[in-house]
Design a protein. Structure first.
Length: 149
């Protein structure tokens, strides 16, 4: 009897800790998405201000600036699409859980049900991050090329 009770307590502790960690991961994901959005918009705003207020005349290497703006735009679009994909991923995961947990056949393996929306969310977040970094590098190149001589 004590062994069964100990096993139940350990399982309860495990599920409580798992839920805490999943909630922490959710908060980190929200923070990451907000950070990407904020940084992309801020970098775009900085580049516009640079061109309008600080730039030397004439501007050199506008292709670098345009490429940076394209990267910032891509970053914003990717993070917005990741929000939609994340919602779809959650819906799909509920469907998978229903198939696995509410089935009469308890031997079903949840891994055989794929969640492509979850993979798309990860890919879109990675794309947004890389596009933001690319935009920052391109903007730095543009700024360096336009430093006063």
């Amino acid at each position: 009897m004590d062994g069964s009770r100990d096993e139940e307590n350990r399982y309860a502790a495990y599920t409580e800790e798992r839920l805490r960690l999943l909630n922490a991961r959710l908060e980190q994901s929200k923070s990451f998405d907000k950070l990407l959005t904020t940084l992309s918009v801020a970098a775009f705003g900085f580049s516009v201000a640079y061109v309008e207020l600080i730039r030397p005349s004439p501007i050199q290497g506008t292709c670098w600036l345009l490429a940076a703006w394209a990267c910032y735009f891509l970053s914003l679009v990717a993070v917005l699409l990741s929000f939609l994909a994340s919602q779809r991923a959650c819906t799909r995961q509920v469907e998978i859980a229903e198939k696995v947990l509410l089935s009469d056949d308890y031997s079903r393996d949840g891994k055989r049900y794929g969640n492509l929306w979850a993979k798309a969310t990860v890919g879109l977040n990675g794309t947004s991050f890389l596009a933001l970094l690319g935009g920052m590098v391109l903007l730095a190149v543009f700024a360096i090329r336009n430093l006063p001589q």
